[in-house]
Ligand binder design. Structure first.
Ligand SMILES: C[S@@+](CC[C@H](N)C(=O)[O-])C[C@H]1O[C@@H](n2cnc3c(N)ncnc32)[C@H](O)[C@@H]1O
Length: 278
């Protein structure tokens, strides 16, 4: 039997829409597309690699802030969510590549910036060192790494208003998706040391709570519900033991959204690590 992929979110049209919507939210939460600590040393037309690019949403947004001479290359293990080539600016290319395998030699030392965001759901503890090493190999000396991750181990259900708000569907959603993954917070304590061991200098780390801005709580709760629904759809498709059927998952997600509309919300910590290749 083929080995089940660690990454279990579905890659259907609904999930592509969610990733694009989430991109706007995350850019606002993190506060920048490229960290000012990186920006100050970046050439005016940088070569940028986005690993685990998904729909290419971060690259597409970032391309609007960079000159057309910038080279913007997105990589992902799957091309299922890539926009059609005709929908991309001429300086963006998207290519399949497994971040856990060594990068092809012709890509070594080619990039001023390597960006990674939300690979956590694809990672086991032993994968972080591999992905960090391969990201390091893509960078020019002095090149920068920007890595944004969510600690889904602490995806908490919180009451927005009334203490007796119903949260049973939200809690069930967590129990079925993020709770069975105890390593979801592994990176919090270990990623900075992993980056140093690979040959990076870690120059900045920030932690952003998704409920920092009260007006964003509802939006994030719907995005997170969509992510849990995508995991449930993926689990149904892959026949994971104990998984809900696609229909059951859809109806649970509807219940979860209703609880959010009635006053409960999801909260999670997002981390940004900035490091320089020594
Ligand atoms: C949650 S999505 C995030 C997409 C994008 N980084 C963003 O922030 O919108 C995670 C992406 O990682 C990709 N991925 C999973 N395993 C991977 C691997 N081994 N190598 C490269 N990409 C991988 C998935 O296919 C998916 O597109």
């Amino acid at each position: 039997m083929a080995r089940q992929e660690v990454y279990s979110l579905d890659r259907d049209a609904e999930e592509s829409d969610r990733l694009n919507y989430q991109n706007t939210f995350l850019n606002r939460l993190v506060g920048h597309l490229i960290s000012p600590a990186i920006q100050k040393n970046l050439p005016s037309a940088p070569a940028v690699a986005d690993i685990g690019t998904g729909t290419g949403a971060w690259l597409l947004t970032t391309s609007k802030e960079l000159p057309t001479q910038a080279k913007l290359h997105g990589y992902d293990i799957s091309d299922a969510q890539f926009p059609a080539p005709g929908q991309l600016p001429q300086n963006i290319t998207l290519t399949t590549l497994d971040a856990k395998a060594p990068a092809p030699v012709h890509l070594h030392g080619q990039y001023d910036l390597v960006h990674l965001r939300l690979l956590n759901a694809a990672m086991l503890p032993e994968d972080w060192f591999k992905v960090a090493t391969h990201a390091w190999s893509l960078l020019k000396p002095g090149g920068a790494l920007q890595w944004v991750e969510g600690n889904f181990r602490n995806l908490n259900v919180v009451y927005q208003s009334e203490r007796n708000t119903k949260t049973s569907a939200l809690s069930r959603g967590v129990d079925l998706t993020t709770r069975p993954r105890p390593h979801f917070d592994w990176f919090v304590d270990h990623l900075p040391d992993v980056l140093r061991s690979v040959g990076f200098e870690v120059v900045e780390q920030q932690v952003l709570s998704s409920d920092r801005l009260p007006q964003d709580r509802m939006e994030w709760s719907h995005i997170a519900t969509g992510a849990l629904h995508a995991i449930m759809r993926g689990n149904a498709r892959m026949g994971v033991e104990g998984a809900l059927t696609a229909e059951e998952a859809k109806s649970l997600a509807q219940e979860m959204r209703k609880e959010c509309d009635e006053g409960a919300y999801f909260r999670v910590d997002t981390y940004e690590f900035v490091a320089i290749k020594k």
